[in-house]
Design a binder for this molecule. Sequence first.
Ligand code: GLN
Length: 385
Amino acid sequence: MNPIFAALPTTIFDIMSGLARETGAINLGQGFPEEDGPLDVREAAAAAIVAGPNQYPPMRGLPVLREAVAEHYARLGDVTLDWQREVTISSGATEAIAASLLAVVSPGDEVVVFEPMYDAYAPLIARAGGVAKPVRLMPPRWTVDDATLAAAFTSRTRAVVLNTPLNPTASVFDDAMLARIASLCVAHDAIAISDEVWEHVTFDGVRHRSMLTAPGMRERTIKIGSAGKIFGMTGWKVGFVCAAPALTEVVAKAHQFLTFTTPPHLQSAVAYGLAKPAAHFDAMRAGYDISRQRVEAALHLEGFVTLPCQGTYFLNVDLRASGIALDDADFAIRAVKEAGVATIPLSAFYASKPETGYVRLCFAKRAETLNRGIDALAKARRLFA
Ligand code: GLN
């Protein structure tokens, strides 16, 4: 048995969703929208299944989707891509991250990551033979000083994995932060693996910027996007890998032996969806924003203190500032069992010495679900304060 995976716990997302199912709790833990995504996009997939073809699509993805990805980012994002040489379709962003790490990292290479970090990164880096070098972002704004950031980069640094907007902190790396990381990547000849799956989910006028646009990074960034996040259909697992041709060549070779390709009907339906006008994506963002403000306001009325949320559909509660003495893992377990609400403890996003004072809530839910979740959280606060 491989010791890296044998030693791993089941993901916190699966554990908390399992407990929510068992106990009938409101699930504000694992991040997925309650609404099932645009009907016309789902109908396009259904029609494509019936009409076929249902055989292997090209390894790098259907041309119609690769073209649609390039068109979408040129129109609504900040990057221009050559769809034939710079776009590969993966089976979700997690596969894209795995393929990117396998393509870039050799045994002994160091990979800089930002903590708290999405739980898949560290095990995938280790399995690629790499050594994760965590840079700790400090709450409440999840920032890091220059000296700490620079100290993580060494002569052995091969890559940096970043996530902006950042799950679980709900913070967004601004131009200055991207430029700081970029200059270290250039100085150390490192590749940025940039997980930008939350690119469309930002609030309060904050705009997502791709690492591909940072100074010196066009040739050394692998940008990863996700239809699951863009359309609120997390089960689809359709990801996009965008990188300069030389990088794309190698990532595609890793991808061809992971999943090889991705269901063709989902690909053609995503191509259809990506062509939607800006108004569609604005409306999606506005819908999430209403939920975000509803949850923030209701939680504050109940005596909770929350951290700023610039992006993603997650909101973090500061337990201590909210008058709750439990650490995050205890709170999460007791809240699901005793108060009927599932949350995600942020300590699950650290390799060592975690922050233990925060839990993450997913607010991509219907108003009535959010109301019931908030009532349950208020009950938890009364029980544990
Ligand atoms: N991205 C989701 C989250 O952050 C979880 C995905 C998963 O369960 N693997 O909650």
